[in-house]
Design a protein around this ligand. Structure first.
Ligand code: FAD
Length: 459
Protein backbone atom coordinates (compact mmCIF):
# COMPACT_ATOMS: atom_id res chain seq x y z
CA UNK A 1 0.00 0.00 0.00
CA UNK A 2 1.21 3.52 -0.82
CA UNK A 3 2.61 5.55 2.09
CA UNK A 4 0.01 8.02 3.36
CA UNK A 5 0.46 11.69 4.25
CA UNK A 6 -1.84 14.56 5.12
CA UNK A 7 0.09 16.80 2.72
CA UNK A 8 2.60 16.28 -0.06
CA UNK A 9 4.41 19.45 -1.12
CA UNK A 10 6.07 19.31 -4.53
CA UNK A 11 9.16 21.54 -4.60
CA UNK A 12 11.44 22.58 -1.72
CA UNK A 13 12.04 26.21 -2.66
CA UNK A 14 11.24 28.97 -0.14
CA UNK A 15 7.53 28.49 -0.85
CA UNK A 16 7.53 24.70 -0.56
CA UNK A 17 9.91 24.10 2.34
CA UNK A 18 8.37 26.84 4.50
CA UNK A 19 4.86 25.50 3.77
CA UNK A 20 5.99 21.97 4.66
CA UNK A 21 7.43 23.09 8.01
CA UNK A 22 4.37 25.21 8.88
CA UNK A 23 2.06 22.29 7.99
CA UNK A 24 4.08 19.99 10.27
CA UNK A 25 3.79 22.58 13.07
CA UNK A 26 0.01 22.44 12.55
CA UNK A 27 0.08 18.69 13.17
CA UNK A 28 -0.03 17.40 9.59
CA UNK A 29 1.98 14.39 8.43
CA UNK A 30 3.99 16.00 5.65
CA UNK A 31 6.28 14.97 2.81
CA UNK A 32 8.18 17.36 0.54
CA UNK A 33 9.31 16.14 -2.87
CA UNK A 34 12.41 17.81 -4.32
CA UNK A 35 14.17 16.73 -7.47
CA UNK A 36 17.24 18.94 -7.49
CA UNK A 37 18.14 20.93 -4.39
CA UNK A 38 16.65 21.82 -1.01
CA UNK A 39 16.02 25.58 -0.88
CA UNK A 40 15.04 25.80 -4.56
CA UNK A 41 16.06 28.63 -6.85
CA UNK A 42 16.34 31.11 -4.00
CA UNK A 43 18.94 29.37 -1.85
CA UNK A 44 20.88 27.62 -4.62
CA UNK A 45 20.96 29.82 -7.71
CA UNK A 46 18.96 32.97 -6.86
CA UNK A 47 18.63 35.30 -3.89
CA UNK A 48 21.40 33.89 -1.71
CA UNK A 49 24.30 33.31 -4.13
CA UNK A 50 23.54 36.58 -5.94
CA UNK A 51 23.58 38.52 -2.65
CA UNK A 52 26.79 36.74 -1.59
CA UNK A 53 28.44 37.84 -4.86
CA UNK A 54 27.01 41.36 -4.55
CA UNK A 55 28.48 41.62 -1.06
CA UNK A 56 31.92 40.34 -2.08
CA UNK A 57 32.06 42.47 -5.22
CA UNK A 58 30.97 45.52 -3.23
CA UNK A 59 33.85 44.98 -0.78
CA UNK A 60 36.26 44.73 -3.72
CA UNK A 61 34.89 47.88 -5.37
CA UNK A 62 34.86 49.82 -2.10
CA UNK A 63 38.42 48.76 -1.28
CA UNK A 64 39.58 49.88 -4.72
CA UNK A 65 37.60 53.09 -5.10
CA UNK A 66 36.29 54.27 -1.72
CA UNK A 67 38.61 53.18 1.10
CA UNK A 68 41.19 55.86 0.30
CA UNK A 69 38.64 58.50 1.37
CA UNK A 70 38.56 56.82 4.78
CA UNK A 71 42.35 56.95 4.96
CA UNK A 72 42.81 53.29 4.14
CA UNK A 73 45.31 52.84 1.34
CA UNK A 74 46.98 49.95 -0.42
CA UNK A 75 46.49 47.79 -3.46
CA UNK A 76 43.87 45.04 -3.53
CA UNK A 77 43.67 42.13 -5.94
CA UNK A 78 40.82 39.92 -6.98
CA UNK A 79 40.88 36.21 -6.10
CA UNK A 80 37.76 35.13 -7.97
CA UNK A 81 38.21 31.44 -7.05
CA UNK A 82 38.01 32.26 -3.33
CA UNK A 83 35.07 34.60 -3.90
CA UNK A 84 33.11 31.88 -5.72
CA UNK A 85 34.08 29.30 -3.09
CA UNK A 86 32.77 31.55 -0.31
CA UNK A 87 29.50 31.96 -2.22
CA UNK A 88 29.21 28.17 -2.59
CA UNK A 89 29.87 27.69 1.14
CA UNK A 90 27.14 30.20 2.05
CA UNK A 91 24.73 28.25 -0.17
CA UNK A 92 25.81 24.88 1.28
CA UNK A 93 25.34 26.07 4.85
CA UNK A 94 21.82 27.33 4.19
CA UNK A 95 20.61 24.38 2.09
CA UNK A 96 21.83 21.85 4.64
CA UNK A 97 19.96 23.97 7.20
CA UNK A 98 16.73 23.18 5.31
CA UNK A 99 17.51 19.44 5.63
CA UNK A 100 18.05 19.93 9.37
CA UNK A 101 14.72 21.82 9.71
CA UNK A 102 12.92 19.01 7.86
CA UNK A 103 14.31 16.45 10.32
CA UNK A 104 13.51 18.67 13.32
CA UNK A 105 9.90 19.08 12.16
CA UNK A 106 9.54 15.47 10.96
CA UNK A 107 8.94 16.46 7.34
CA UNK A 108 9.77 13.49 5.08
CA UNK A 109 12.09 14.57 2.26
CA UNK A 110 11.24 12.54 -0.85
CA UNK A 111 14.21 12.85 -3.16
CA UNK A 112 13.12 12.79 -6.82
CA UNK A 113 10.75 14.13 -9.44
CA UNK A 114 7.14 14.44 -8.28
CA UNK A 115 4.35 13.75 -10.74
CA UNK A 116 0.70 14.06 -9.78
CA UNK A 117 -1.14 10.95 -10.92
CA UNK A 118 -4.55 11.85 -9.50
CA UNK A 119 -6.12 13.91 -6.72
CA UNK A 120 -4.21 12.74 -3.61
CA UNK A 121 -1.67 10.66 -5.50
CA UNK A 122 1.94 11.51 -6.36
CA UNK A 123 4.53 9.40 -8.12
CA UNK A 124 8.16 10.02 -7.09
CA UNK A 125 10.60 8.21 -9.36
CA UNK A 126 8.30 5.17 -9.66
CA UNK A 127 7.04 5.03 -6.05
CA UNK A 128 3.47 6.08 -5.33
CA UNK A 129 2.54 8.20 -2.31
CA UNK A 130 -0.90 9.31 -1.17
CA UNK A 131 -2.06 12.44 0.62
CA UNK A 132 -5.27 14.26 1.55
CA UNK A 133 -3.89 17.42 -0.04
CA UNK A 134 -1.14 18.26 -2.52
CA UNK A 135 0.64 21.63 -2.67
CA UNK A 136 2.41 22.52 -5.91
CA UNK A 137 5.44 24.77 -5.29
CA UNK A 138 7.51 23.97 -8.35
CA UNK A 139 8.71 27.53 -8.93
CA UNK A 140 10.09 28.98 -12.13
CA UNK A 141 12.92 28.78 -14.64
CA UNK A 142 14.78 31.39 -16.75
CA UNK A 143 13.08 32.43 -20.01
CA UNK A 144 15.37 31.73 -23.00
CA UNK A 145 15.52 33.91 -26.12
CA UNK A 146 15.10 31.55 -29.12
CA UNK A 147 17.72 33.37 -31.20
CA UNK A 148 20.16 33.39 -28.26
CA UNK A 149 19.90 29.90 -26.74
CA UNK A 150 21.71 29.20 -23.46
CA UNK A 151 24.83 27.09 -24.06
CA UNK A 152 26.16 27.11 -20.48
CA UNK A 153 29.49 28.48 -21.70
CA UNK A 154 29.19 31.70 -23.68
CA UNK A 155 25.46 32.45 -23.47
CA UNK A 156 24.43 32.08 -19.85
CA UNK A 157 21.31 32.21 -17.73
CA UNK A 158 21.39 33.70 -14.21
CA UNK A 159 22.65 30.41 -12.78
CA UNK A 160 25.66 30.40 -15.11
CA UNK A 161 26.23 34.10 -14.46
CA UNK A 162 26.81 33.37 -10.77
CA UNK A 163 29.57 30.87 -11.50
CA UNK A 164 31.78 32.51 -14.17
CA UNK A 165 35.24 31.32 -13.15
CA UNK A 166 37.34 33.78 -15.15
CA UNK A 167 36.66 37.52 -15.20
CA UNK A 168 35.16 38.36 -18.63
CA UNK A 169 36.67 41.47 -20.18
CA UNK A 170 33.44 42.40 -21.92
CA UNK A 171 29.99 41.29 -20.92
CA UNK A 172 26.56 41.80 -22.43
CA UNK A 173 23.48 41.49 -20.29
CA UNK A 174 20.18 41.19 -22.08
CA UNK A 175 17.45 42.56 -19.80
CA UNK A 176 17.41 45.51 -17.43
CA UNK A 177 15.17 44.00 -14.76
CA UNK A 178 16.36 43.44 -11.20
CA UNK A 179 18.29 40.26 -12.02
CA UNK A 180 20.05 41.98 -14.96
CA UNK A 181 21.13 45.05 -12.97
CA UNK A 182 22.21 42.99 -9.95
CA UNK A 183 24.33 40.61 -12.06
CA UNK A 184 25.62 43.58 -14.07
CA UNK A 185 26.67 45.25 -10.81
CA UNK A 186 28.60 42.16 -9.65
CA UNK A 187 30.71 41.86 -12.79
CA UNK A 188 31.10 45.61 -13.32
CA UNK A 189 32.47 46.01 -9.77
CA UNK A 190 34.93 43.17 -10.36
CA UNK A 191 36.27 44.90 -13.48
CA UNK A 192 34.29 43.67 -16.51
CA UNK A 193 33.11 46.12 -19.13
CA UNK A 194 29.34 45.63 -18.73
CA UNK A 195 26.71 46.54 -21.33
CA UNK A 196 23.02 46.14 -20.55
CA UNK A 197 20.48 46.17 -23.37
CA UNK A 198 16.82 46.59 -22.55
CA UNK A 199 13.78 46.42 -24.79
CA UNK A 200 11.96 49.11 -22.79
CA UNK A 201 13.09 52.77 -22.66
CA UNK A 202 14.26 52.36 -19.03
CA UNK A 203 15.42 49.86 -16.40
CA UNK A 204 13.19 48.14 -13.79
CA UNK A 205 9.83 48.58 -15.53
CA UNK A 206 7.80 47.75 -12.39
CA UNK A 207 9.55 50.28 -10.12
CA UNK A 208 8.70 53.88 -9.30
CA UNK A 209 9.94 55.67 -12.42
CA UNK A 210 11.76 58.52 -10.69
CA UNK A 211 13.59 56.13 -8.35
CA UNK A 212 14.57 53.67 -11.10
CA UNK A 213 15.81 56.49 -13.36
CA UNK A 214 17.89 57.85 -10.49
CA UNK A 215 19.34 54.39 -9.81
CA UNK A 216 20.25 54.10 -13.48
CA UNK A 217 22.29 57.32 -13.19
CA UNK A 218 24.27 55.84 -10.27
CA UNK A 219 24.88 52.60 -12.18
CA UNK A 220 26.03 54.58 -15.21
CA UNK A 221 28.42 56.53 -12.98
CA UNK A 222 29.78 53.19 -11.76
CA UNK A 223 30.59 52.28 -15.35
CA UNK A 224 27.66 50.18 -16.61
CA UNK A 225 26.58 51.10 -20.16
CA UNK A 226 22.90 50.99 -21.04
CA UNK A 227 21.19 50.75 -24.41
CA UNK A 228 17.41 51.17 -24.31
CA UNK A 229 14.69 50.33 -26.85
CA UNK A 230 17.10 47.65 -27.96
CA UNK A 231 16.72 43.91 -28.38
CA UNK A 232 19.27 41.15 -28.93
CA UNK A 233 18.56 39.47 -32.24
CA UNK A 234 20.91 36.55 -32.31
CA UNK A 235 24.44 35.51 -31.52
CA UNK A 236 27.35 33.79 -33.24
CA UNK A 237 30.11 32.20 -31.19
CA UNK A 238 33.52 32.99 -32.72
CA UNK A 239 36.30 31.26 -30.79
CA UNK A 240 36.27 32.66 -27.25
CA UNK A 241 33.89 35.46 -28.10
CA UNK A 242 30.27 35.99 -29.03
CA UNK A 243 29.13 38.36 -31.77
CA UNK A 244 25.64 39.61 -30.87
CA UNK A 245 23.30 41.45 -33.24
CA UNK A 246 21.37 44.25 -31.54
CA UNK A 247 18.26 45.86 -33.01
CA UNK A 248 17.22 49.34 -32.02
CA UNK A 249 14.33 50.62 -34.13
CA UNK A 250 15.41 49.92 -37.68
CA UNK A 251 19.10 50.03 -36.82
CA UNK A 252 21.09 46.84 -36.45
CA UNK A 253 24.45 46.98 -34.71
CA UNK A 254 26.89 44.38 -33.44
CA UNK A 255 28.64 43.88 -30.16
CA UNK A 256 31.48 41.42 -29.62
CA UNK A 257 31.73 40.21 -26.02
CA UNK A 258 33.28 37.41 -23.96
CA UNK A 259 30.01 36.33 -22.40
CA UNK A 260 26.30 37.03 -22.76
CA UNK A 261 23.92 36.81 -19.82
CA UNK A 262 20.25 36.53 -20.74
CA UNK A 263 18.04 37.85 -17.92
CA UNK A 264 14.71 38.60 -19.56
CA UNK A 265 12.48 37.10 -16.88
CA UNK A 266 11.34 33.79 -15.49
CA UNK A 267 8.55 31.42 -16.49
CA UNK A 268 6.51 29.02 -14.38
CA UNK A 269 7.95 25.52 -14.13
CA UNK A 270 5.44 22.67 -14.47
CA UNK A 271 7.33 20.20 -16.64
CA UNK A 272 6.14 16.60 -16.37
CA UNK A 273 4.04 17.47 -13.31
CA UNK A 274 1.00 15.62 -14.65
CA UNK A 275 -1.28 18.67 -14.72
CA UNK A 276 -3.11 17.70 -17.91
CA UNK A 277 -3.96 14.23 -16.63
CA UNK A 278 -5.76 15.70 -13.60
CA UNK A 279 -7.52 18.47 -15.52
CA UNK A 280 -5.55 21.53 -14.38
CA UNK A 281 -5.08 23.88 -17.34
CA UNK A 282 -2.40 26.53 -16.80
CA UNK A 283 -2.95 30.12 -17.98
CA UNK A 284 -1.72 31.07 -21.50
CA UNK A 285 1.60 32.12 -19.89
CA UNK A 286 1.86 28.76 -18.09
CA UNK A 287 0.99 29.89 -14.55
CA UNK A 288 -1.28 27.73 -12.38
CA UNK A 289 -4.49 29.59 -11.55
CA UNK A 290 -5.69 29.48 -7.95
CA UNK A 291 -8.50 31.05 -5.91
CA UNK A 292 -7.95 33.19 -2.81
CA UNK A 293 -7.40 30.03 -0.73
CA UNK A 294 -4.66 28.90 -3.18
CA UNK A 295 -6.91 26.05 -4.46
CA UNK A 296 -6.56 25.00 -8.07
CA UNK A 297 -9.58 23.80 -10.03
CA UNK A 298 -9.05 20.43 -8.28
CA UNK A 299 -10.12 21.20 -4.67
CA UNK A 300 -7.49 19.07 -2.86
CA UNK A 301 -4.64 20.44 -5.00
CA UNK A 302 -3.19 23.82 -4.04
CA UNK A 303 -0.42 25.93 -5.59
CA UNK A 304 1.79 28.79 -4.36
CA UNK A 305 4.96 30.75 -5.21
CA UNK A 306 6.50 31.57 -8.57
CA UNK A 307 4.40 28.90 -10.31
CA UNK A 308 1.23 30.97 -9.68
CA UNK A 309 3.04 34.18 -10.69
CA UNK A 310 1.35 36.73 -8.41
CA UNK A 311 4.61 38.26 -7.13
CA UNK A 312 7.67 36.27 -8.13
CA UNK A 313 9.77 36.86 -5.02
CA UNK A 314 10.98 34.48 -2.32
CA UNK A 315 9.33 36.19 0.65
CA UNK A 316 6.03 36.20 -1.23
CA UNK A 317 6.35 32.44 -1.91
CA UNK A 318 6.95 31.92 1.82
CA UNK A 319 3.90 33.95 2.85
CA UNK A 320 1.71 32.16 0.30
CA UNK A 321 3.01 28.78 1.51
CA UNK A 322 2.18 29.59 5.12
CA UNK A 323 -1.25 31.00 4.24
CA UNK A 324 -2.13 28.00 2.03
CA UNK A 325 -1.42 25.38 4.70
CA UNK A 326 -3.10 27.46 7.43
CA UNK A 327 -6.20 27.66 5.24
CA UNK A 328 -6.03 23.88 4.67
CA UNK A 329 -5.98 23.49 8.47
CA UNK A 330 -9.09 25.66 8.80
CA UNK A 331 -7.18 28.68 10.05
CA UNK A 332 -7.29 32.26 8.75
CA UNK A 333 -4.25 32.37 6.44
CA UNK A 334 -3.92 35.56 4.46
CA UNK A 335 -1.43 37.35 2.19
CA UNK A 336 -1.56 41.13 1.96
CA UNK A 337 0.01 41.61 -1.47
CA UNK A 338 -0.30 45.39 -1.12
CA UNK A 339 2.36 45.36 1.59
CA UNK A 340 4.85 43.07 -0.16
CA UNK A 341 8.26 44.79 -0.35
CA UNK A 342 10.67 44.47 -3.27
CA UNK A 343 14.38 45.22 -3.20
CA UNK A 344 16.95 45.68 -5.95
CA UNK A 345 20.32 44.90 -4.33
CA UNK A 346 22.46 47.28 -6.35
CA UNK A 347 24.47 50.06 -4.76
CA UNK A 348 22.68 52.09 -3.65
CA UNK A 349 19.86 49.60 -3.08
CA UNK A 350 16.31 50.34 -4.17
CA UNK A 351 13.71 49.17 -1.67
CA UNK A 352 10.00 49.68 -2.32
CA UNK A 353 6.68 48.88 -0.75
CA UNK A 354 3.19 49.90 -1.81
CA UNK A 355 2.23 52.02 -4.79
CA UNK A 356 4.55 53.88 -7.13
CA UNK A 357 3.90 57.60 -7.52
CA UNK A 358 2.16 57.04 -10.87
CA UNK A 359 -0.04 54.25 -9.48
CA UNK A 360 -0.94 56.32 -6.40
CA UNK A 361 -1.93 59.30 -8.55
CA UNK A 362 -3.99 57.07 -10.81
CA UNK A 363 -5.79 55.30 -7.94
CA UNK A 364 -6.14 58.12 -5.40
CA UNK A 365 -6.15 61.30 -7.50
CA UNK A 366 -4.72 63.82 -5.09
CA UNK A 367 -1.62 62.57 -3.32
CA UNK A 368 1.21 64.14 -1.39
CA UNK A 369 4.85 63.23 -1.81
CA UNK A 370 7.67 63.81 0.66
CA UNK A 371 11.33 63.31 -0.26
CA UNK A 372 14.47 63.44 1.79
CA UNK A 373 18.05 63.13 0.47
CA UNK A 374 20.64 60.98 2.23
CA UNK A 375 23.05 63.87 1.78
CA UNK A 376 21.28 65.54 4.71
CA UNK A 377 21.35 62.45 6.97
CA UNK A 378 24.06 62.37 9.63
CA UNK A 379 24.60 58.60 9.61
CA UNK A 380 24.86 58.53 5.80
CA UNK A 381 27.48 61.27 6.00
CA UNK A 382 29.45 59.31 8.58
CA UNK A 383 29.27 56.18 6.48
CA UNK A 384 30.20 58.01 3.28
CA UNK A 385 26.93 56.72 1.77
CA UNK A 386 25.17 59.94 0.80
CA UNK A 387 23.78 58.79 -2.55
CA UNK A 388 20.04 58.62 -3.05
CA UNK A 389 16.87 59.71 -1.36
CA UNK A 390 13.71 58.37 0.25
CA UNK A 391 10.24 59.06 -1.06
CA UNK A 392 7.03 58.74 0.96
CA UNK A 393 3.68 58.87 -0.82
CA UNK A 394 0.45 59.59 1.06
CA UNK A 395 -3.24 60.11 0.30
CA UNK A 396 -3.77 63.89 0.40
CA UNK A 397 -7.27 63.53 1.85
CA UNK A 398 -6.63 61.02 4.64
CA UNK A 399 -2.82 61.08 5.09
CA UNK A 400 -2.85 57.27 4.67
CA UNK A 401 0.55 55.89 3.68
CA UNK A 402 0.36 54.63 0.07
CA UNK A 403 3.94 53.82 -0.81
CA UNK A 404 7.57 54.18 0.25
CA UNK A 405 10.61 54.02 -2.02
CA UNK A 406 14.12 54.11 -0.61
CA UNK A 407 17.15 54.52 -2.86
CA UNK A 408 20.06 54.36 -0.45
CA UNK A 409 22.64 52.10 1.16
CA UNK A 410 20.86 49.38 3.18
CA UNK A 411 17.47 50.27 1.67
CA UNK A 412 16.59 46.58 2.18
CA UNK A 413 16.67 47.22 5.94
CA UNK A 414 15.17 50.73 5.82
CA UNK A 415 12.14 49.44 3.89
CA UNK A 416 11.24 46.94 6.67
CA UNK A 417 9.82 49.70 8.83
CA UNK A 418 7.76 51.05 5.94
CA UNK A 419 6.48 47.50 5.27
CA UNK A 420 5.17 47.17 8.83
CA UNK A 421 3.64 50.64 8.54
CA UNK A 422 1.87 49.60 5.31
CA UNK A 423 0.66 46.38 6.96
CA UNK A 424 -0.80 48.38 9.87
CA UNK A 425 -2.42 50.87 7.43
CA UNK A 426 -0.40 53.67 9.04
CA UNK A 427 -0.63 57.34 8.17
CA UNK A 428 2.41 59.33 7.04
CA UNK A 429 2.15 61.12 10.37
CA UNK A 430 2.50 57.81 12.26
CA UNK A 431 6.00 57.45 10.79
CA UNK A 432 6.76 61.15 11.17
CA UNK A 433 5.91 61.11 14.91
CA UNK A 434 7.64 57.80 15.75
CA UNK A 435 11.03 57.81 17.43
CA UNK A 436 13.90 56.88 15.14
CA UNK A 437 17.24 56.21 16.80
CA UNK A 438 19.93 58.74 16.03
CA UNK A 439 22.06 58.54 14.00
CA UNK A 440 20.46 56.06 11.60
CA UNK A 441 19.57 55.92 7.93
CA UNK A 442 15.97 55.36 9.01
CA UNK A 443 15.86 58.99 10.15
CA UNK A 444 15.77 59.86 6.45
CA UNK A 445 12.51 57.88 6.22
CA UNK A 446 11.08 59.83 9.16
CA UNK A 447 12.12 63.11 7.51
CA UNK A 448 10.56 62.04 4.19
CA UNK A 449 7.33 61.26 6.08
CA UNK A 450 7.51 64.73 7.65
CA UNK A 451 8.22 66.21 4.22
CA UNK A 452 4.81 65.12 2.87
CA UNK A 453 3.48 68.09 4.87
CA UNK A 454 6.53 70.26 4.31
CA UNK A 455 7.74 69.99 7.91
CA UNK A 456 11.06 68.17 7.51
CA UNK A 457 13.69 69.62 9.83
CA UNK A 458 17.07 69.02 8.21
CA UNK A 459 16.38 70.31 4.70
P1 FAD B 1 11.67 27.82 -6.45
O1 FAD B 1 12.59 28.50 -5.53
O2 FAD B 1 11.94 27.95 -7.90
O3 FAD B 1 11.67 26.30 -6.03
C1 FAD B 1 10.99 25.31 -6.75
C2 FAD B 1 11.61 23.96 -6.44
O4 FAD B 1 10.78 22.96 -6.98
C3 FAD B 1 12.98 23.75 -7.07
O5 FAD B 1 13.89 23.35 -6.09
C4 FAD B 1 12.74 22.65 -8.11
O6 FAD B 1 13.87 21.80 -8.25
C5 FAD B 1 11.58 21.91 -7.50
N1 FAD B 1 10.75 21.18 -8.46
C6 FAD B 1 10.16 21.67 -9.59
N2 FAD B 1 9.41 20.72 -10.16
C7 FAD B 1 9.51 19.63 -9.39
C8 FAD B 1 8.96 18.32 -9.45
N3 FAD B 1 8.09 17.99 -10.42
N4 FAD B 1 9.31 17.43 -8.50
C9 FAD B 1 10.16 17.76 -7.50
N5 FAD B 1 10.70 18.99 -7.38
C10 FAD B 1 10.37 19.90 -8.30
N6 FAD B 1 13.64 36.81 -4.77
C11 FAD B 1 13.68 37.61 -3.67
O7 FAD B 1 12.69 37.72 -2.95
N7 FAD B 1 14.81 38.32 -3.37
C12 FAD B 1 15.93 38.26 -4.11
O8 FAD B 1 16.92 38.91 -3.81
C13 FAD B 1 15.92 37.43 -5.27
N8 FAD B 1 17.00 37.33 -6.05
C14 FAD B 1 17.01 36.47 -7.11
C15 FAD B 1 18.15 36.36 -7.88
C16 FAD B 1 18.19 35.51 -8.96
C17 FAD B 1 19.44 35.40 -9.78
C18 FAD B 1 17.04 34.72 -9.26
C19 FAD B 1 17.07 33.75 -10.42
C20 FAD B 1 15.89 34.83 -8.52
C21 FAD B 1 15.86 35.70 -7.43
N9 FAD B 1 14.72 35.85 -6.63
C22 FAD B 1 14.73 36.70 -5.55
C23 FAD B 1 13.46 35.14 -6.95
C24 FAD B 1 13.29 33.90 -6.02
O9 FAD B 1 14.41 33.06 -6.18
C25 FAD B 1 12.01 33.18 -6.37
O10 FAD B 1 10.93 34.08 -6.33
C26 FAD B 1 11.76 32.05 -5.37
O11 FAD B 1 12.81 31.13 -5.36
C27 FAD B 1 10.44 31.33 -5.70
O12 FAD B 1 10.24 30.33 -4.76
P2 FAD B 1 9.37 29.05 -5.09
O13 FAD B 1 9.37 28.23 -3.84
O14 FAD B 1 8.08 29.43 -5.68
O15 FAD B 1 10.16 28.26 -6.25
Amino acid sequence: MAEQFDLIVIGAGPGGYVAAIRAAQLGMRVACVEKQYLGGTCLNVGCIPSKAMLESSHHFYAAKHQFAKHGIIGDVKLDLTTMLKRKDEVVKGLTSGVGFLFKKNKVAHLNGHGKITGPGSVDVNGTRYEAKNILIATGSAPIPIPSLPFDGKMVLDSTGALAISELPKKLLIVGGGYIGVELGSVWNRLGSDVNIVEFMPYILPASDREMANELQKFLTKQGIKFQFNTGAQGAKVEGNQVRVALKSGETISELVVDKVIVAVGRKPYTENLGLDSIGITPSPKGFITVDDHFRTTVPSIYAIGDVIGRIMLAHNAEEEGIAAVELMAGKAGHVNYKACPAVVYTHPELGSVGLTEDQAREQFGEIKVGKFPLLANGRAKGMGETEGFIKVIGDKRTDRLLGVHALCAHASDVIAEATVAMEFAASCEDIARSFHAHPTLSEALKEAAMAVDGRQIHM
